[in-house]
Design a protein around this ligand. Structure first.
Ligand SMILES: N[C@@H](CCC(=O)N[C@@H](CS)C(=O)NCC(=O)O)C(=O)O
Length: 245
């Protein structure tokens, strides 16, 4: 199985954690989507990561990929057995992708980190301020009403826990952590889930990917033991995505 996508993307991290939960081996081409070549665009029509290639099957969208993995490889289920719990888990996963993605990725991570690095221009300061003052507190209040005081959402760790926690890693990269006095359940859940071996095992590769120069990154990841593919779909020139966010 092959994954195309950066270790630093929350959507890629979610898929990699699910692969680890299922004990499935993979190789990875850890590209940043803006640097994808024409082959990348043929595989991912919206120029987004992650992509999963399993034999002759090519899938995009992290949720589609995770649901496929769960059905194709039934060991260690990603979703709870109970019908109602399963529906709630799907909602929380969708909520994480859409709303936590909106505030933490497009509102903070892109503005503070991606824009300056990829496009050499500052992000939207007004959007950052609005995210921190209004959007993030609103969602922290909601999560505080949903997350457990200990353990995980539906017993053992699963897709909903993984999806929510994954976005908080990027939030932290962009300078936001939930205040443990104001949102103790959320702060505790995030710390606990990100400390789980499924995430902890990926962190060294994220650190390398964030720290190394683009030209030295592949070698640095190989040296750190990342399971890289022999070829990469990355180019040197960044291209704007299909969807402007
Ligand atoms: N709904 C998609 C979202 C994936 C996504 O937005 N990935 C970002 C990286 S974190 C991306 O590829 N961005 C490229 C762009 O915005 O052009 C999924 O779940 O896979």
């Amino acid at each position: 199985m092959r994954i195309i996508g950066s270790y630093v993307s929350p959507y890629v991290r979610k898929v990699l954690a699910c692969l680890a939960l299922k004990g499935l081996a993979y190789e990875i081409d850890p590209i940043t989507p803006f640097y994808g070549d024409e082959r990348f665009e043929r595989l991912s029509p919206l120029r987004r990561i992650p992509i999963l290639i399993d034999g002759d099957l090519v899938l995009t969208d992290s949720s589609v990929i995770c649901f496929y993995l769960d059905e194709a490889y039934p060991g260690a289920p990603l979703l709870p057995a109970d019908l109602r719990d399963r529906a709630r888990a799907r909602w929380l996963e969708e909520y994480a992708d859409t709303r936590l993605g909106d505030i933490f990725i497009w509102g903070l991570f892109y503005q503070r980190i991606v824009h300056p690095i990829v496009w050499g221009e500052p992000g939207d300061q007004a959007r950052i301020e609005r995210t921190l003052a209004e959007d993030a507190p609103r969602e922290m209040d909601y999560l505080e009403s949903q997350l457990p005081g200990d353990g995980f959402l539906f017993g053992g760790i699963g897709l909903a826990d993984i999806a929510i926690a994954s976005f908080f890693r990027n939030a932290a990269y962009a300078g936001f952590e939930p205040d443990s006095e104001r949102w103790p359940r959320t702060a505790g859940f995030v710390a606990r889930t990100l400390a789980h071996p499924l995430f902890a095992g990926l962190l060294p590769f994220e650190d390398v990917q964030r720290g190394a120069s683009p030209s030295g990154r592949r070698q640095a990841l190989l040296d750190a033991g990342a399971p890289l593919t022999a070829e990469t779909l990355a180019t040197r020139q960044p291209r704007r995505g299909v969807m402007r966010l």
